[in-house]
Ligand binder design. Structure first.
Ligand code: BDP
Length: 710
């Protein structure tokens, strides 16, 4: 197996289970239009039951009496005389009733009916034939994927920013690809976990997406995804009126600019009548934006909001990831973490009602651990979506197993205590806490043409879990993982236990060997964000600073003595982070600058904790290849070998991480490891000790990452 069907393999259940299983005699999908999600649901159910149970059920589009699985919207049920109980469904919600020889799947809309069908299929595929009756509503209306796919109009082939699974499934050589088979397969995966929208191009957007050929191409993408209930949107480049439209300005208040965008919106709507919306990265990392024209970020967002307003319910997703990547570390008070709140705090209430602000989960950038972005506490009159990352940009780029839901849950379950009231982040992004109509989730996924979608079979649990958590953020991360494992690799208990154990150990281990105590991912910040490079954290314009020197380490972000960042939280949370005593150890160096000899709550010093944690984390990674061996012969050889290869690599790379970071801070602090391990690696096999073919020697920086440490 190559992974192309991900968790939708519909593998046959064992013969005895198949024989005793009973399902109704036919499928009734109450919509015969081939592009409708209800029609799709009927076809998918047919395919699934054929695979899982080897039964070939007839599919019809008209209601019948007797044994059947009926799929439709609540309205379609009503108009065909089916009596449903009183339901309390919200947008995209569904009702699922499995009783004897009658299964009823009723969606609040067509999409909901499709989601209910996937839910039923997921039960069947896991050999679960229990009778159930329940309704299920998504936590939030917006559950999107962001792809950072480039147009590549210079002849390169579909590159993806921070994508690790081959070229784009959408673009090549400046155009939208002809064959969109993978695009509809992608939409199928998204629909199966309740995701309803996608932005297809990089936030660092190429204006050529708006030329007439590509606008037509966007129409084709939307057509390919529509049967799966997935709506398409695009990222926009703020300067398009100048660069593409040849106007002299892109000033959002200029009449010519306004008309230019109105025209674009009309054309887009012509090609994509159910256009989902636009994503805008402005005035960040050299991208153009309204601040360039002395206008506010709200002026910029509202420009697009007004252009799309006449054409349906599309939205503007405006990114809060606004900061100046040329800030200078010589200014002691400068702190990139402050940027989002500084830029957006005073704009609350100034956005049009079809604008939503997209906020990365932490104030910096998808680090292995960050405190929650304080901006979630400031936008009470503006809808917000949380931005997560499935693509493991800073977390081993899918070469390392890191199961992310435990990280996401520390964020979603965090209580901001706005106005002294319970204010969990998950209740803010569901729209509930501040009573917002528009709210939800977006994750950078970055699948590519590789058959495994993400380049790693195990990384797909993160994609699956993202959809499940966006639907219900209170779902249990182990239960989600077990469902995914059964669907992806089968129900054998050894497989489930092995994958669960490794996955649940993986994020803590990764944090331990890459950057603990809240110091961030000590990776190559100015380069590919891969591998250890602790010294690149300081002295760069990107503001991911550790401020480490010979005696002490950490960013002082307190109000009384530091950059003032901790003061951006509501008072109760602010005072927790303001004081060393009440700051949790795992965020200590995020908020405070302390001597290496500072004692943690555990009683260890900071530096000894560093040493020990790097050893502990790497030791856990060493067990992964061994643990995986338990499933040999229980999963197919192709996927077994591919996973084994990556785990073996991770085990080795974790040692590189361990020794590079430990030796780097040992050299900097001159404080010895109490256990005498650091700087002394008798068991390492260095490249110098091997006979190697086809390698050349290069100098690496810091030298602590090199073989033989020189
Ligand atoms: C960072 C990535 C960069 C993105 C940027 C963003 O390194 O490639 O363009 O975020 O989110 O994580 O805009």
């Amino acid at each position: 197996e190559n992974g192309i069907d991900a968790w939708l393999r519909y593998a046959a259940l064992p013969c005895d289970v198949r024989k005793s299983a009973s399902v109704p005699a036919r499928i009734v999908a109450l919509n015969g239009t081939q592009t409708s999600p209800v029609y799709t649901a009927g076809q998918e159910l047919h395919k699934g039951i054929q695979g899982i149970l080897h039964k070939d059920l007839p599919v019809t589009n008209t209601s019948v009496n007797g044994s059947s699985i009926t799929i439709g919207t609540v309205n379609a049920f009503a108009s065909t005389g089916h009596v449903l109980p009183e339901l309390d469904l919200t947008g995209d919600g569904f009702w699922l009733s499995i009783k004897n020889d009658s299964v009823q799947i009723a969606g609040q809309n067509e999409r909901g009916a499709l989601y209910g069908t996937f839910q039923y299929l997921s039960m069947l595929a896991q050999g679960n034939f229990t009778e159930v009756t329940y309704e299920s509503n998504p936590s939030a209306p917006i559950r999107w994927v962001n792809q950072w796919d480039n147009m590549d109009d210079t002849g390169t082939h579909g590159s993806i920013e921070r994508g690790y699974a081959g070229p784009s499934i959408f673009f090549a050589e400046g155009l939208i690809v002809e064959d969109l088979t993978r695009v509809s397969q992608y939409a199928r995966l998204m629909a199966s976990i309740g995701l309803n929208g996608i932005i297809v191009n990089n936030v660092n957007a190429n204006v050529n997406l708006l030329n007439s050929t590509n606008m037509a191409g966007l129409g084709r993408i939307a057509d390919a995804m529509r049967p799966w209930g997935v709506r398409m949107g695009i990222s926009l480049n703020f300067d398009s009126p100048r660069t593409l439209g040849k106007l002299t300005t892109a000033d959002p208040l200029d009449q010519g600019v306004i008309e230019w965008w109105d025209d674009i919106a009309t054309k887009l709507h012509g090609h994509v009548p159910d256009f989902a919306g636009v994503l805008v990265k402005a005035n960040s990392e050299s991208q153009p934006g309204p601040l360039t024209y002395n206008r506010t970020l709200a002026d910029g967002a509202n420009l697009f909001a007004r252009a799309i307003k006449p054409h349906g319910d599309a939205i503007v997703m405006f990114r809060a990831f606004v900061y100046d990547n040329t800030i200078n570390e010589t200014n002691w008070k400068a702190d990139r973490a402050n940027a989002a709140v500084d830029f957006f705090r005073d704009l609350d209430g100034k956005f049009d009602d079809n604008v939503i602000v997209q906020i990365k989960y932490g104030p910096i950038d998808f680090q292995v651990r960050e405190p929650v972005s304080p901006l979630f506490a400031h936008l009470e009159q503006t809808g917000t979506v949380i931005e997560l990352q499935v693509t493991q940009e800073y977390l081993g780029q899918q070469c390392h197993l890191v199961y992310l839901p435990p990280l996401w849950k520390t964020i979603l379950n965090f209580d901001m205590k706005v106005d002294g009231q319970p204010s969990l982040v998950r209740d803010i992004v569901s729209g509930e806490r501040f009573n917002q109509k528009l709210a939800g989730y977006a994750a950078v996924v970055n699948v590519g043409t590789d058959k495994s979608w993400l380049g790693s079979h195990l990384a797909m649990s993160n994609f699956y879990a993202y959809g499940r958590l966006a639907w219900n953020p209170t779902s249990d991360d182990v239960a989600i993982l077990e469902d995914w494992t059964r669907l992806t690799f089968g129900s054998d208990r050894t497989i489930i236990d092995t994958i669960t154990k490794m996955s649940m150990e993986s994020w803590p281990a990764h944090e331990n060997y890459t950057g603990n105590l809240g110091i961030q991912s000590l990776t190559d910040i100015t380069g590919p964000h891969y591998g250890p490079k602790p010294q690149s954290q300081d002295g760069n314009g990107w503001g991911q600073w550790t401020r480490a020197d010979a005696k002490s380490i950490g960013m002082d972000r307190t109000v009384w003595n530091g950059t003032g960042y901790s003061g951006q939280y509501p008072p109760e949370v602010a005072s927790m982070f303001e004081n060393i005593e009440s700051t949790p150890d795992d965020l200590l160096l995020w908020f405070h600058h302390v001597p290496y000899t500072q004692q943690l709550k555990s009683g260890k010093t900071v530096i000894q904790h560093f040493y020990d944690a790097h050893y502990d984390g790497a030791a856990v990674a060493q067990t992964f290849p061994e643990q995986w061996k338990a499933v040999k012969g229980l999963v197919d050889a192709e996927r077994y070998d591919e996973v084994a290869f990556r785990l073996e690599y991770q085990a080795g790379h974790a040692l590189v991480w361990r020794d590079a970071i430990n030796d780097f801070y040992f050299n900097m602090s001159s404080i010895k490891d109490e256990q005498g391990r650091v700087g002394n690696h008798p068991w390492r096999i260095e490249a110098e000790d091997m006979t190697l073919d086809g390698y050349t020697i290069i100098r690496v920086d810091p030298f602590e990452t090199a073989s033989g440490f020189h």
